[in-house]
Design a protein around this ligand. Structure first.
Ligand code: UN1
Length: 505
């Protein structure tokens, strides 16, 4: 059924998962299967890379740095522009592949490719704006300034839930900053990565730039090797907190730089004055969209006690109308979870919720049909429940009630993660309190919209166990470059800073 799509994206039934400047003929790792989570069927088999293949990919990435860094940044931007152009042309197919392999509904699959295109556009503009500062020197006849130089090859480790957009956040910036990339995608979504590599290869090879963007589909060993390797001064990793901690330790051991985007456990406060029409729609998208598998998914709803009954009733009604179906079918809003493992984590979490005194208000079960489907679930929770501090990557929404906004913000912040957050209020004071230094402790804080679905123009990332990294827009590019502070003495004397005297006859 999907063969035409796979052919158009040049995916054969057995694909080579290692591109190290060129496709490796026979990667020496094992073979994995890419599964369609909506049906459980095998889409294709993929040859993975071994540690020996990693070595080839790493040395090619490192070698490419020598010349790529010398190309003027706007010319690097031109390459990114060409990549963006190809992505525009293949948006429909690539978006459908995301739907097929990651189980995202059609508009979200397309949205993901749009996010890649947006990143390319952003990076093209940025390629002419990698500005440094000029600083007033305290010494006469001195110029003090900073400039930004390419850093080196970047290791990019991505997760299944944004199988291509997060690569683009990193790759588009890395490229204009002068850094080659070695990408290790999730083993659950190798085909989308191979399809993207096929697209970028055309651009790179036509310009004699093979080796600037590389791909290795590999297992944990490969991820650990990238993290440990000094040829990658920056490792950007997206995934679970457990994965991030192990990568961070490896990178820190060699004093490398890491950019981490890890677990989220995002909350939303609905105040007494909230516009519930807005809130219901936003909560639905944030908690049920992507089957609860975004880092930014809404997991904790903290609602003023005077509005709780009405809000819960409206949410239950809306949850009842959620159209579950095959993700590529028109009208579907809830597709499958990514895998059987993910379904097990959902059912285990529901059992734990009940043990810890949570009450399932709606949902709570696997859906009886082929594929990895679960019901969108609302749970009346108590703050003391241990499980509400953990991120379960599934559509489970915990509801708490509050009386006083200070207490609500405290409850909101009382989790180990700190990615995204939101408040619904019509009162300016409440909104500003949420955004103040004593308000939300997250990297992202929204007013009158949900916590998920950020645009690329802002810096994306979060605090605490979310890892502290910032990707995509704003000045996130600085992580991909090294800052050099330069002082030039254009005078004929040698005054020392801080007025130090050091005269020797
Ligand atoms: C993620 O889940 O890793 O803000 C990223 C959002 C998306 C990105 C999510 N633009 O929901």
């Amino acid at each position: 059924m999907w063969q035409d799509l796979l052919n158009r994206l040049r995916l054969r039934s057995t694909n080579s998962g290692v591109y190290a400047g060129r496709w490796l003929d026979r990667p020496s790792g094992g073979e994995i299967e890419s599964l369609n989570p909506a049906t459980g069927e095998i889409i294709a088999k993929v040859h993975t890379g071994s540690l020996a293949d990693f070595e080839v990919a790493a040395s090619n990435s490192h070698a490419a740095f020598a010349s790529w860094r010398k190309l003027p940044a706007p010319q690097r931007g031109e390459i990114v522009r060409l990549i963006g152009e190809q992505l525009r042309k293949q948006k429909d197919d690539l978006g459908l592949l995301v739907t097929l392999e990651a189980g995202k509904i059609r508009s979200e699959g397309l949205g993901e490719v749009q996010e890649m295109i947006d990143m390319c556009d952003f990076a093209v503009g940025l390629s002419r704006q990698l500005y440094g500062l000029t600083i007033a020197s305290e010494r006469p006849d001195h110029r003090l300034m900073e400039q930004w130089h390419p850093l080196g090859a970047v290791g990019v480790i991505t997760a299944f839930n944004f199988p291509v957009a997060v690569w683009a956040w990193n790759a588009a910036l890395a490229l204009v900053c002068g850094d080659p990339v070695l990408w290790k995608p999730s083993h659950l979504t190798p085909l989308t990565a191979i399809a993207v590599q096929n697209i970028v290869n055309d651009v790179l090879e036509s310009r004699g730039l093979a080796g600037v963007l590389n791909l290795i589909v590999g297992d944990r060993d490969v991820g650990q090797s990238i993290a440990a390797d000094v040829r990658f001064p920056l490792i950007s990793a997206t995934g679970s907190t457990a994965m991030g901690k192990s990568v961070a330790v490896k990178v820190a051991e060699r004093l490398g730089r890491s950019l981490l985007e890890l677990g989220g456990n995002n909350g939303c406060i609905v105040t007494e004055s909230a516009d519930l029409d807005l809130a219901v729609r936003a909560i639905l998208f944030a908690a049920v969209g992507t089957a609860g598998q975004r880092c930014t998914t809404l997991r904790r709803l903290i609602v003023h006690e005077s509005r709780a009954e009405e809000l819960i009733a409206r949410l239950k009604k809306a949850y009842g109308n959620v159209k579950v179906g095959l993700p590529w079918e028109e009208g579907t809003v809830l597709g499958p979870l990514i895998s059987e493992d993910a379904v097990k984590q959902f059912t285990d979490a529901i059992a734990t919720i009940k043990q810890q005194g949570g009450e399932v208000l709606c949902g709570g079960s696997r859906i009886d049909r082929p594929g990895c489907y679960v019901q969108p679930t609302i749970v009346q929770a108590k703050p003391a429940m241990e499980i509400v501090k953990h991120e379960t990557f599934a559509p489970i929404l915990y509801v708490f009630t509050y009386q006083d906004l200070n207490a609500a913000i405290e409850l909101h912040n009382n989790v180990p993660q700190g990615l995204s957050s939101a408040i619904f209020t019509e009162r300016m004071r409440e909104a500003e309190q949420f955004l103040s230094p004593a308000g939300s402790d997250c990297g992202i804080a929204n007013v009158n919209l949900g916590p998920s679905g950020a645009e690329i123009g802002g810096a994306f990332g979060g605090e605490k166990e979310t890892g502290g990294g910032r990707e995509a827009g704003s000045d996130a590019w600085k992580a991909y470059m090294r800052r050099q502070t330069c002082t030039v003495n254009y005078g004929t004397t040698l005054p020392l800073a801080q007025g130090v005297k050091f005269d020797v006859e």
